[in-house]
Design a protein around this ligand. Structure first.
Ligand code: GLV
Length: 377
């Protein structure tokens, strides 16, 4: 612990509780009023002025220019998000600036939202509500004007079995789903074996009619054999396992015509032009997207084509946006709490000042010389 005070610049508000905590500790906190992102030049200017800590979001490009501006003064970048593809890890390492993120606390909120998007899409809830609101609900009928697809008992492909992918698998278990797993970097066979045991037990107890199953397969198998494909990989543009445009013309064509694609990971994991074509030409049944190649979604995006409205659900990067998940000061519950804890660990020199022991520091390899990249989020 240290009683030194520091200068902190935040590129957005992170909630009263977390902001007050920093101020109560005597730190000088300046916040870009937003809600839009500050221009990069302003971030560079603030860092050059000597701030010790920088609080960022996934909208802020943090790279060589920023780290160079903070040379000798910038001690930590604390990102309020689990994904950190906006932060250039190699540049952070070169300048030996630790950056932190907010994993775990958003697993359930994100997985839950992913599941609900899947339900909204598959059971056509949007079309149903529109019908009622537009006073176009003529009569109850066994199958007119449309039907949806049940989720219970179906097969889901979880692409990326990091924390959020695993949290989604737990939710799918309650819907008697079979699970195909794919992860380019790390296969959690132990988790899969535990889930299989639960599935077997539910069957043995007579709670389900069929014994569900979970297994790791290749990407092509996962895509071609599932009713739902849900993406949970981080955005990785280079290296051995890039995920940029993982879903492209080839991989979308592998999916079944009656299958749905769900993306609550990162927009550029999906080639949107290819997806719009797949939806239009009905290579797949539908898609629900919480993230986009460009955010906010541009007005001329082919995904906004009214012709696709019945099979394409669109959300505003909202999956982790539950009140507790976003704002709780408790670092075990909230992104705001975890964000400032990561920042304070570095500034206050917690863990004896050893960055490799600080739980929310991502780029530990800058001090250990080794590190994993690209694992599911
Ligand atoms: C949200 O997308 C996050 O990375 O936390």
């Amino acid at each position: 612990m240290s009683d030194k005070t520091f200068r902190i610049y935040a590129t957005c508000h992170i909630g009263d509780a977390a902001e007050n905590k920093l101020r109560e500790k005597g730190h000088e906190l300046e916040i870009y009023p937003g809600p839009e992102a500050p221009p990069k030049s302003l971030i560079v200017e603030k860092v050059r002025s000597g701030v010790d800590g920088l609080i960022t979001t996934l909208r802020d490009p943090i790279d060589e220019e920023v780290f160079a501006a903070g040379k000798g003064t910038l001690k930590v970048v604390s990102q309020i998000a689990v994904g950190f593809d906006n932060i250039n890890r190699a540049d952070a390492n070169r300048y030996k600036v630790p950056f932190t993120n907010t994993p775990e606390v958003l697993n359930d909120a994100t997985a839950e939202f992913t599941f609900l998007m899947m339900g909204t899409l598959s059971r056509r809830m949007w079309d149903s509500e529109k019908l009622v609101r537009a006073q176009k609900w003529g009569a109850w009928h066994p199958f007119l004007p449309f039907l949806g697809d049940e989720i219970t008992g179906k097969t889901i492909a979880i692409i990326g079995t990091g924390r959020i992918g695993l949290a989604l698998i737990k939710k799918c278990l309650g819907f008697d789903m079979n699970v195909l797993c794919y992860d380019p970097v790390f296969q959690n066979h132990r988790f899969a074996a535990d889930v299989q045991q639960l599935m077997d037990l539910r069957y043995k107890l007579g709670m389900v009619k069929e014994n569900n199953w979970i297994k790791y397969v290749s990407l092509d198998e996962a895509l071609s054999q599932s009713d739902y494909v849900s993406l949970h990989v981080p955005l990785v543009r280079t290296g051995k396992s890039p995920t940029h445009h993982l879903m492209n013309e080839r991989t979308l064509r592998l999916m079944r015509k009656d299958a749905y694609l769900i993306n609550a990971a990162r927009g550029p994991v999906v080639d949107e032009a290819a997806l719009a074509k797949a939806l239009k030409e009905r290579w797949i049944a539908g898609a629900a997207l919480d993230v986009f190649e460009q955010e906010p979604l541009a007005g001329d995006s082919p995904l906004l084509d009214p012709e696709l409205e019945d099979r394409c659900r669109l959300f505003h990067h909202f999956a982790s946006a539950g009140r507790i998940t976003r704002l709780s000061l408790d670092p075990e519950k909230g992104m705001a709490g975890r964000c400032i804890q990561g920042l304070l660990d570095v500034l206050e020199g917690n863990y004896g000042g050893d960055k490799t022991r600080m739980p929310y520091v991502v780029n530990k390899e800058a001090w250990t010389g080794s590190g994993a990249d690209g694992e599911g989020i």
